[in-house]
Design a protein around this ligand. Structure first.
Ligand code: ADP
Ligand code: MG
Length: 248
């Protein structure tokens, strides 16, 4: 298949087998800049594994993953992060004993994690970035609050903020609104729309109302393969999708 060369991410014939079981099989995926692309599908469809393959946590057995026309399949995870891909896992990994400010500060690429930050100068640039990110994730008023006492939703936003500190061109979020209240979901939808003004976001999600709100495009996965792809209206009306997913 011929395609324009300016995709942010282009994944072709991607596959991985675990002891002969094909968790992802012949997966093709093309993502433009400044888009929100949602992956849906039943449990075990292979959605999380696709993110694991893109971020280098799991090594693919076949196919190619190009980010800005560079092959990244096989690169170490930290190199993929440095190339501009940030990934949020299902459980938030924040430092509960540090403040919101400190969590954002240690996530700045000029900081060096928890220990390096002792020697790390709080430059104007870093302070400005922390404030801008805190505003994006609705935590500006809570910069001095210890992360451990944030609500579940605020912890999720803080982790998104920590990823935004690196200014990734591609952000991948695995079930970001699981366990959130309705209001937190609405706020998260706004947050994702806002941050996609400067980057693309891949989101895995089950909540159809939420998906409808944020998705520019939807891919439906089933048994490691793509079952349907297109606008939300298009995939929702697809009889195959209704049968294996939406109907349940
Ligand atoms: P989803 O996120 O769509 O619910 P996953 O990507 O987590 O699905 O899993 C897809 C399938 O691959 C499941 O059957 C899961 O058990 C299997 N799987 C995922 N990761 C591994 C692994 N590291 N080793 C063995 N099997 C795995
Ligand atoms: Mg999953």
């Amino acid at each position: 298949m011929s395609k324009p060369a300016d995709f942010l991410l282009s994944v072709e014939s991607l596959g991985v087998s675990f002891d002969g079981f094909k968790a992802v099989d012949g997966f093709n995926f093309y993502l433009d800049r400044n888009r929100v692309h949602v992956i849906i599908g039943p449990n075990g469809a292979g959605k999380t594994t696709v993110l694991d393959l893109i971020c280098g946590k799991t090594k693919a057995t076949s196919g190619s993953i190009k980010f800005k026309d560079q092959e990244i399949r096989g690169l170490a995870e930290h190199k993929i992060v440095r190339a501009g891909i940030g990934r949020k896992f299902q459980n938030p990994s924040i430092y509960e004993n540090l403040t919101v400010f400190e969590n954002l500060e240690i996530s700045h690429p000029k900081g060096r994690g928890v220990f390096g930050c002792l020697m790390f100068r709080r430059t104007e640039e870093v302070l400005g970035r922390i404030r801008a990110v805190a505003e994006d994730v609705a935590l500006l008023e809570l910069l001095d609050t210890e992360a451990g006492i944030l609500s579940h939703g605020q912890k999720q936003w803080l982790e998104i903020g920590m990823l935004l500190m690196q200014d990734p061109e591609l952000l991948m979020l695995d079930e970001p609104v699981a366990g959130m209240s309705v209001r937190e979901r609405e706020a998260t939808a706004k947050l994702i729309k806002k941050i996609s003004g400067q980057r693309s976001v891949i989101v895995i999600e089950h909540d159809m109302e939420f998906v409808k709100e944020i998705a520019d495009r939807v891919t439906v996965m089933h048994l490691g393969k793509i079952l349907a792809e297109g606008s939300m209206e298009h995939v929702q009306a697809d009889p195959k999708v209704i049968e294996v997913y939406i109907g349940h």
